[in-house]
Structures are given as C-alpha cells and as structure tokens.
Ligand binder design. Sequence first.
Ligand SMILES: [Zn+2]
Length: 224
Amino acid sequence: MKFKGFFFFLVIFLCFQLRADKPFVIVIDPGHGGSNLGATYGNIVEKHLALDLSMRLRTFLNRHPIKNLTVHFTRTADIDLPVKRRIEMIENLKPDLFISIHFNSQKLLSTSRGFEIYYIPDALSGNSYSTAQSYHRANISFKYGKVFRDLFFQTNLYSVWKLPLNMFTQKYGLLLFDETTVPGLLLEMAYLTSPQDRACIENPQFMNDAAWFLYEAIKKIAAQ
Ligand SMILES: [Zn+2]
C-alpha cells in the first residue's frame, strides 16, 4: 500500500514536471515578402514594415528571453513565401499560437485608421475537422486576441501615438485560418493610407513601441 501511494505521487509529480517543461510555442508570420509587396503607399511597402516590426520583436525576445517560450518566424528576410508554405510551416510546428503581422490599407479613402485584431472564427469554410474542435480553437484565439486588446490601451501606441483600436473581430475566408488547425491571430498594425497612421509608421520609435507591445502581449500569453 505504501509503495502504491509513493508510485501515485511520483506519477502526479512527473505529470506536473512534464507540463512545466513543455514550452509555449509561438509562430510569428511577417506578412507578404519577395514579389508579394502587400499594401503600398508611395515608397512605403507593407512587406518591409511587417518584417521590420517582426525583427524588432525578435531583438526584444533575444534581449529579454521569456521563460518557457519558443518563438519561430516564418520568414526573417525579404523572400517569396506563398500562403500554402506558411500553412505547412504552421502545421508542422503545431504552435500554441501563430500571429500574422500586417499593415492595412483602404481603397480610395484615407479615413480608416488604427490597430486591428482578427481572430479565427468558429465557423470555417474548410471542414477538415469537427465543429467542437473549431469552436475550441476560436475560443482560444479570442482569449489571446483579448490579451492584445486589453494591453493595447496600456501601451505607448495608445497613450503617446494616439493610435485607436479600430477593430477586434473574427476573420472569415482567410486561407491561413481556414487551412490551419491551431489558434491564430492576424494583426493589422496601422493603415498605410491614413495620414495620421503614416506619421506613426514612418517613425522608428513608433515601430519600436509597436514591437514592445507585441513582446509584452506574448509574454502575458505565454504566462497564462
Ligand atoms: Zn497584408
């Protein structure tokens, strides 16, 4: 009996150890790249902004390592990276969360501005897995999106740069969401077509503050 009890506690202890040692895995996906420029305005190009911001984030992650966190990047250079390849990378790594980084634009008008968070919807056009699974994934995506939303109002992006939170919503019909099976977010950091947002984007200090915001949100998410 005594031996059985010891064995039971050993199993429980090992389970906790395994859980504690399992790293939280995040994939950062800088949008576009290579011949895929993304949005452009004059000489401002989305693919460069997405990579610039992601590399600033990588610098912060290297300088201030987060315990039990592993971060992968789908690209760290200006290369062509088709969505299908990004999906393969995400599916191979099976991260706890992937975050696709983008900058927005508006056709014809320049009135839209601000930061936008899109999370995986609970009803997907692809039906490779069950409704319960997809509902669960949507819930987790929403939970992590909420960390970004709540933290946003405590950062310089909001208080110094006066960047509004424009939207926090599900995103339908996005291949990157439809064809993957893990929680994900797509962040549209600011609008290239908005004069106010552009003034922010063109300032390296803003890009640093934006990278720091991503860093802090990731730190919070990994600690949950
Ligand atoms: Zn984009």
